[in-house]
Ligand binder design. Sequence first.
Ligand SMILES: NC(=O)c1ccc[n+]([C@@H]2O[C@H](COP(=O)([O-])OP(=O)(O)OC[C@H]3O[C@@H](n4cnc5c(N)ncnc54)[C@H](OP(=O)(O)O)[C@@H]3O)[C@@H](O)[C@H]2O)c1
Length: 287
Amino acid sequence: MKKLLLHLDTDPVPSTFDQAVVYDAGVDNVIAFGGATRDNVTSHVHGMIFTRGGKNLKNSAIFIGGSNVPATELVGKAVKKAFFGPVRVSVMLDPNGSNTTAAAIARKVMTNYDIKGKNVVIIGAGPVGQRTALYLLQEGAAQVILTSRSIARTKVITDHLKEAYDVDVIPAETRSDEAITKLLANAHVAIASGPAGVCVVPQSAWKNSETLEIIADVNAVPPLGVEAIEVMDNGTEKEGVRCYGAIAIGNFKMKVHRGAIASLFDSNDQFLDETTIYDIARKIDSQ
Ligand SMILES: NC(=O)c1ccc[n+]([C@@H]2O[C@H](COP(=O)([O-])OP(=O)(O)OC[C@H]3O[C@@H](n4cnc5c(N)ncnc54)[C@H](OP(=O)(O)O)[C@@H]3O)[C@@H](O)[C@H]2O)c1
């Protein structure tokens, strides 16, 4: 029986990237809709759950994506609501690739490295930075500081992380090179998850840190997020610091993304989101 994937995207045009990945993960056909909202997805979900019964339901699945994370979460809730008991299909949520990217960052950082008791600074408090903070705290980091250019904005985010996941992330502001230098002076791990095409960590800030052991950057668009790190760095030692660049992290992210999509078709009752995709990354990493 063919593997069918319903792709619901909250952006007007469904992501080409997300559709390309699902074919590489072994899906036979994608049925894609843009402009998905919590109010317009029920009939699409019924189209998936009422066409294949019993054991065959596992050959259909749903992917929810888009650049607006809260909107995708609402769509996820609406999709769940449209199911009837066991009459359901597996679902994956990966808005803007945030879950798979953050899982890949966390696994790269922990390659032959014990995160327990370490101080982490994450520069960039978007969905990727937020989820990375969650995974590293769950893995035993002593503290995680998350930054944006506004302490007020970061505080709203860290309050949300506390409420949603019961984790204590420390909010901070990094709107100058001096502020980053000061934060990195006591950090063991630094992660740049700022916007594409913006250097958020100058070389002087990380080179002068006497504690820094690992630095990772997910911005692949020049100028890169960390000065003097290259996209292909994959555990490369520079100034005594182990460096991971955006393509090295991106390559593992692709494995996690494809692996998560493929696993949707193992059963009809999975819900892969920011809390469960990390488990898949850990499993792939251990193979
Ligand atoms: N390599 C891969 O496979 C891959 C996959 C997906 C995403 N990415 C990359 O991951 C990065 C993060 O993605 P995202 O979706 O989380 O991004 P996002 O939503 O745009 O978040 C960026 C964050 O950085 C903050 N920021 C902006 N300028 C800053 C500065 N100068 N110093 C400190 N913080 C700053 C922003 O907050 P304020 O505006 O409030 O300061 C915001 O919190 C992007 O570069 C994206 O391209 C990589």
